[in-house]
Design a binder for this molecule. Structure first.
Ligand code: C5P
Length: 474
């Protein structure tokens, strides 16, 4: 293994080697194993992709006019190596320091530059761009850009996107130390922080102008760490969440089964979101081709019966149960021992109900916070509310399916969806978004409802143990 690291360290470009000393890189590399294939792409990348919460995140990198703009290239590359999707918006000033072509090549997408560009707007308008992003990071953020943002200006693409966004916005200031210390900048920064804008840095040290002090843009590796933290909400820290996902298969004979079109995408996205929220996550999955999200314990099953058994076997210590699986409602009363031959003109299969996993969990473990899904072709509200009551569960996440559904772009195997959440005395719409983003929103709502559940439904945790350095309730 060590020879791999020596080889890899040998290809680190000079400037980077200065910032990531060989000893430190080796120490980190030895301390935790490298995840498959993400150490160095083509021997160039010197980031270790251990920032799991960046995987599949959509990061809009804004670049403004500063000598530190060249570092945006490393940042974009690093974010992509960590599994994030990156788009770039740059100001006119930024293009004096680094070419759009460079950032296009590194991000893999055309760079967004102009607010009033019909072609660009037709491709992805500034509103769509702000809706696309899970997080906006402006690095470097010049003193001028910070001032314009503080004023709420929207006269160029990047400031308009920042104003239109509804996701976290982080700035990595980069300017001369005196400009950073100036009362005007100080006031602008305070104004933005009061509006919830995150400031990553600046770092202190030698500046491009030769002066020494605070105002240097944070290094790309540190910015990546801080962006990763944005997604690590800790909302479910210390909780154990059990999630079912995917379809079930009910055997007709040794080669045939009754199944459905579920891909498992929503359930798997929920697993990743719950991990990011700090939970220990157990996934009981029907057949799915999806990769197991990082830090998730996965148990594979086929039928509804097996899913129920696996769920019940792993319920000890579970705080929240999310039934995201598309469990078959019926199974053949009898599964044939041998393959059924096609020697009859008609074949009748007699079906029987499968066990209701969600209802069983709630009746056996009333204190576990239970969330169910409802995919409906009509009367969404009525069906969802009935499910809430019939199964005695705490929340239902409902969505439209079938031809009568409004255009949510959603449904089985799709990457997007829209949900309406229902609980005893409230509801919440989660508009069309990627399943990853919806999953994070749903997990945030579950965490909120879980904290506010009636006292009678609370579990009595009284043992606190330490696992991996994090205090956990059991
Ligand atoms: O009753 P219905 O199938 O409409 O309810 C859907 C919800 O119930 C989903 O959360 C699904 O995972 C769960 N379910 C279950 N066991 C079944 C059928 C559905 O856990 N047999």
């Amino acid at each position: 293994m060590n020879s791999l690291f020596v080889l890899f360290a040998a290809v680190i470009p000079g400037a980077a080697a200065e910032r990531w000393p060989l000893r430190a890189i080796l120490a980190r590399a030895v301390a935790s194993p490298v995840r498959g294939g993400q150490l160095a792409r083509g021997g160039f990348c010197y980031y270790r992709a251990d920032m799991q919460s960046l995987t599949n995140k959509r990061i809009l990198v804004g670049v403004t006019g500063s000598i530190a703009a060249y570092k945006a290239a490393e940042l974009i590359r690093g974010l992509r190596d960590a599994g994030a999707e990156v788009r770039v918006a740059m100001t006119r000033g930024a293009s004096e320091f680094i070419t759009p072509m460079t950032l296009q090549a590194l991000s893999g997408h055309p760079v967004h530059q102009k607010l009033l560009d019909t072609q660009a707007e037709a491709g992805m308008s500034h509103i769509e761009l702000s809706r696309w992003a899970d997080c906006v990071l402006v690095a470097p953020a010049s003193a001028d850009f910070i001032a314009r943002l503080a004023q709420g200006r929207a006269d160029d693409l990047l400031s308009a996107v920042c104003l239109a966004r509804d996701v976290p916005l982080a700035l990595a200031p980069a300017m001369n130390r005196q400009m950073w210390a100036d009362a005007a900048t100080e006031k602008n920064v305070r104004t933005l922080q009061q509006r919830g804008v995150l400031m990553f840095g600046p770092a202190a040290g030698e500046q491009a102008c030769g002066e020494v002090g605070p105002g240097r843009m944070e290094e790309p590796a540190e910015l990546m760490r801080r962006v990763a933290e944005v997604f690590e909400t800790g909302l479910l820290a210390g909780k154990t969440v059990l999630i079912t996902a995917g379809p079930t298969r009910e055997a007709v004979d040794p080669v045939r089964y009754i199944g459905n079109r579920s891909s498992g995408k929503m359930g798997y996205a929920l697993c990743a979101a719950a991990v990011e929220a700090g939970a220990r996550v157990i996934l009981v999955s029907g057949p799915s081709t999806l990769a197991t999200p990082e830090r998730v314990e996965r148990i594979d099953v086929e039928s509804a019966e097996q899913m129920l058994a696996a769920v019940l076997e792993h319920m000890d210590g579970v705080d929240i149960f999310i039934g995201a699986a598309a469990v078959a409602d019926y199974r053949p009363r009898q599964s044939e021992r041998h393959k059924i031959k096609k020697d009859q003109a008609h074949l009748t299969l007699e079906l029987e109900r499968t066990p209701d996993i969600l209802a069983t969990v709630k009746s056996r473990r009333p204190r576990v916070f239970c969330v169910g899904f409802a995919a409906e072709t009509a009367n969404l509200d009525a069906h969802a509310r009935r499910k809430l009551e019939d199964k005695g569960i705490d929340m239902v996440a409902a969505n439209w399916v079938g031809p009568a559904a409004p255009d949510t772009g959603g449904g089985f195997d799709s990457d997007t969806n829209a949900l309406r959440l229902y609980w005893a005395d409230g509801e919440l719409d989660l508009p069309v978004a990627s399943k990853d983003r919806l999953a994070r929103q749903l997990v945030a709502s579950i965490a909120q409802r879980y904290e506010r559940r009636p006292p009678g439904r609370r579990q009595h945790h009284n043992i606190v143990e330490l696992r991996g350095g994090t205090p956990r309730k059991t």
